[in-house]
Write a protein that binds this ligand. Structure first.
Ligand code: BYC
Length: 323
């Protein structure tokens, strides 16, 4: 159940002690005192992250029945199942902040919560499954390896396991990409088309540029974020360009150039209008994704009812044993 909090001013001594712990890079744990704004920022970020993992099952789930071999099907099922697990750990982590999972899921289903923009694009060919593993899981690893150092203990610890699994996801994706890129001309064309469609949306996963990111400064100050959106985006580009070269695929950016001084691959302008449209609910698949989640939620009602009935029975039998 959500705890009600009053808007009384916070004790300056407690705030100072909290800031000192952050400065000393201590881990903040659920029972520790924390400023209300820190708690709210974490609930926002962790719930959006959990929703992204859950909605993120849909684009790839679309290809499970059409995977080209048993081996590919087994890997894809395992990957999609891992994403469900990630969502569950992160919802559990968010619950340590005094929010109820049902409330968070309600916000996803009624369209008031955000989830990652990337999952509002369609998976049009089998090559998309490879490119999602390579780019989307690759971007997630860059982002989440740093979040494993976040100041809030439950979030940081969840990221350690999540990143281990994302590494497997990225490799299964890159292996699909490398196979197609070395295949027939039609396979090579299919994977190049997938690269062309997913590249820019993958760069948008890192969020708005630092100058337009209202939350970054506060989250960096509280050591929830340890790098800015632009820093992580640049790291992802620097890692991915050589990987594209290794499989002879072209990233769809004529402005991409290597700056020998900074050792960065400098990239062209991101279409922020497209990003803003997608996060406002107007991407190619936003409606379809939410409908799929609502349907799954409705069809799973009997499971929740059964679990609640079982838990009530367990409580009643424990109470009668204790009496
Ligand atoms: N999409 O001030 P900013 C996965 C929102 S799933 C949508 O920079 P912040 C996987 C942002 O929320 C893992 N919204 O925000 C699963 C904010 O809105 P509100 C996905 C976005 O929090 C299945 C506003 O824009 N990863 O790997 O400082 C299959 C202003 O932004 C996006 C995570 O969830 C976006 N891309 O930084 C395969 C990572 N970007 O709340 C793979 C965890 C920004 O003020 N999250 N917004 O209304 C984060 O690291 C950070 O929250 C973000 C944004 C970098 C995303």
């Amino acid at each position: 159940m959500t705890q009600t909090r009053t808007a009384t001013p916070e004790d300056p001594a407690k705030v100072a002690a909290f800031e000192a712990r952050i400065a000393a890079v201590e881990s903040i744990e659920p029972n520790d005192w924390m400023p209300e704004k820190y708690r709210r920022q974490l609930v926002r970020m962790m719930s959006q992250h959990a929703h992204s993992e859950i909605v993120g099952m849909l684009p790839e789930g679309n290809w499970i029945t059409r995977a080209p071999s048993l081996r590919r099907k087994i890997s894809l099922i395992a990957k999609v199942q891992d994403e469900a697990g990630h969502g569950l750990y992160i919802y559990c982590g968010a619950e340590t902040l005094g929010v109820d999972r049902a409330e968070l899921i309600g916000q996803l289903l009624d369209g008031t919560a955000k989830y990652s923009s990337i999952f509002n694009y369609p998976t049009l060919s089998w090559a998309d499954i490879g490119v999602i593993g390579w780019f989307v899981d690759g971007a997630a690893i860059v982002n989440q390896t740093i979040l494993a150092k976040a100041s809030y203990g439950p979030y940081a610890r969840a990221m350690i396991r999540v990143c281990k699994e994302e590494n497997f996801h990225k490799r299964q994706g890159y292996e699909i990409v490398a196979t197609l890129a070395n295949g027939t001309p039609a396979q090579k064309a299919m994977v190049q088309d997938a690269v062309d469609r997913w590249w820019w949306p993958s760069l948008m996963m890192f969020g708005p540029s630092d100058t337009d990111s209202p939350n970054t400064a506060e989250l960096i100050r509280w050591k929830v974020k340890r790098k800015t959106n632009d820093e992580l985006r640049q790291r992802f580009v620097n890692l991915t360009v050589p990987q594209a070269m290794a499989v002879n695929l072209t990233l769809p950016d004529p402005d991409m150039t290597f700056n020998a001084e900074t050792e960065n691959w400098e990239f062209g302008a991101i279409d922020w209008d497209e990003f803003n449209q997608v996060i406002r609910g107007n991407g190619p698949c936003n409606r379809e994704r939410l409908e799929a989640r609502r349907k799954a939620h409705d069809e799973g009602a009997w499971v929740r009812e059964a679990a609640n009935a079982y838990a009530a029975k367990q409580r009643a039998s424990q109470a009668s044993e204790a009496a």
